[in-house]
Design a binder for this molecule. Structure first.
Ligand code: PLP
Length: 500
């Protein structure tokens, strides 16, 4: 065993306790040094040079000293996407709660397995109990529940698979040989995981029928009614309707209550993809935006987004949890059975699964509903400021009327009308602005944030309705009104330099 480093494992007899303690203390020192100085790095640093990565990727014959590894990790941190930076506002990636970092570390040390109750006796019980509590936040009663999965795409796949299995009684016999092709309806701006789900369910991606949206990125109900009628004549069998609560690009919310009535009238499973917007149930001032969500049969909700829990942390919730048991469960006979607690690996696509519940539970306990409501209030205040600043500038255009803390906008100076610039040139103009905003000088450690020294800001550049837009997601609790003011000062100076 001489080649084995003495800290390869935490000795269960305590023999290397002090060495491990020293190692972990170096880790926490590095973590704090880097994360509490996140603002000194760019929100989107340059990637590590490829030659360095190639060198590091080699698998060594002998143990590399930990101090050397730690320095390499430091360089990884410095070149990584910097979600903690208050200027990193381009995606639904959030600064993580402290206790979700702690939760990840602790469950890694325990290495339990959500596959079965005996492999994770505490977390296999805690997860369903917390899922019931979450379900109650969405207005569901007894009998509701859910499971955790690795991301919103898997949550959507699982919900739609249950819907399909229920509708076609397909758990055992599948869907081969059906007289009509199974289809479901989503808005044209729904997340691409809908098409992936259709493809993986063996229906083909076109089975996710795209319904047109209105000017505000919400599902157009007239088009939905028309598409439902067309399906009948096209020999299709609709089985589900999906509403999005927080579209990925503009953060808009489909008309949930009206859609639920339509789903009910057509006997369709009603799924709400609230991967992003589900967090609004934690804000008494904003939860009305999800009104009607309690009518859903299933909900996707990702605490990894607006609840700031480290990735991955996602849930799929069912109004009637037994539906999942009857229309998805594949029993693993090699697992010991407990009639009260399900082996969760029988109820999810994944078998072996990380206990994401600990970091979610720790974050909910530590922050509480009131704490989350405070953050969401702050996010909305910044959004109001942001939207007012866009509206006050005739050279900026909004993609939709924001309903959440997402603002999608673009540079469209009226003097450069469509006759002068083609679509590609408009896109390029917005790309240039994005780069300009990102290249502001990072804030030096000892310098105060002031209007004179703009911080770099990362906005993403999604394609929406055929054009490039700039997207801001005002998630970070450290993004301040002052930073938004500076951002618009920067936009003004870009415009002044470019067009005069
Ligand atoms: C509305 C919506 N649904 C689903 C997803 C997919 O989630 P994930 O990337 O965790 O699979 C996203 C991701 O951004 C999303 O915005």
């Amino acid at each position: 065993m001489t080649a084995l480093p003495t800290t390869a494992f935490i000795d269960p007899t305590g023999d290397n306790h002090d060495e491990i303690k020293a190692l972990l203390s170096q880790v926490t020192t590095l973590l704090l040094e880097e994360m509490s100085q996140a603002m000194a790095r760019s929100p989107l640093p340059d990637p590590l040079p490829l030659s360095q990565l190639q060198q590091q990727a080699q698998i060594p014959h002998h143990s590399v000293p930990f101090a050397q590894l730690l320095e390499q990790v430091r360089s990884h941190i410095r070149h990584s996407m910097n979600a903690a930076h208050p200027g990193y506002i381009g995606h639904m990636d959030s600064i993580p709660t402290t206790l979700s970092i702690v939760g990840d570390l602790l469950v890694a040390a325990l290495n339990n397995n959500m596959l079965s109750v005996e492999m994770s006796p505490v977390f296999s019980r805690l997860e369903p109990l917390v899922m019931q509590q979450l379900a109650a936040q969405f207005g569901w009663g007894k009998g509701a529940g859910g499971v955790m999965v690795s991301g919103g795409s898997l949550a959507n796949l699982q919900a739609l698979t249950v819907a399909r299995n229920l509708h076609f009684n397909a758990l055992e016999k599948g869907i081969v040989g059906l007289a009509r092709q199974p289809v479901f309806f989503v808005s044209e701006v729904a997340h691409t995981s809908m098409q992936k789900a259709a493809m993986m369910m063996g229906l083909g991606s076109q089975a996710a029928i795209a319904v047109r949206t209105n000017a505000n990125s919400q599902m157009d109900l007239d088009d939905l009614t028309a598409k439902l009628a067309q399906a009948k004549t096209a020999n299709q069998q609709p089985f589900a309707l999906v509403a999005t609560a927080g579209t990925t690009v503009t953060g808009n919310i489909d008309p949930i209550a009206e859609m639920s009535a339509i789903a009910h009238a057509h006997r369709l499973w009603f799924h709400v993809d609230a991967a992003y917007g589900g967090a609004l149930v934690f804000s008494p001032a904003h939860r009305h935006l999800l009104s009607g969500i309690h009518q859903a049969d299933s909900i996707t909700f990702n605490p990894q987004k607006w609840l700031y829990v480290t990735k991955t942390c996602a849930t799929v919730l069912f109004k009637n949890f037994d539906t999942l048991k009857h229309h998805f469960r594949i029993v693993a006979p090699y697992m010991s059975d407990d009639s009260q607690w399900a082996n969760l690996g029988e109820l999810t696509v994944q078998g072996t699964r990380h206990p994401d519940i600990l970091k979610l539970w720790l974050s909910l306990q530590h922050i509480g509903i009131a704490g989350y409501a405070d953050i969401i209030r702050h996010n909305y205040a910044l959004t109001d400021q942001f939207v007012s600043a866009v509206l006050a500038r005739p050279f900026l255009q909004l993609a939709s009327k924001p309903q959440m803390n997402l603002v999608c906008f673009r540079l469209a100076p009226p003097q450069l009308d469509d006759a002068q610039l083609d679509d590609a040139q408009w896109d390029d103009l917005n790309r240039q602005l994005q780069q300009f905003l990102l290249l502001a000088t990072p804030l030096a450690k000892d310098k105060p944030l002031s209007e004179k020294q703009p911080i770099p800001v990362f906005l993403s550049l999604p394609i929406y309705k055929g054009q490039r837009w700039l997207k801001a997601v005002l998630l970070n609790p450290y993004t301040s009104a002052e930073i938004i003011t500076q951002l618009f000062n920067q936009i003004d100076s870009f415009v002044a330099n470019s067009f005069h």
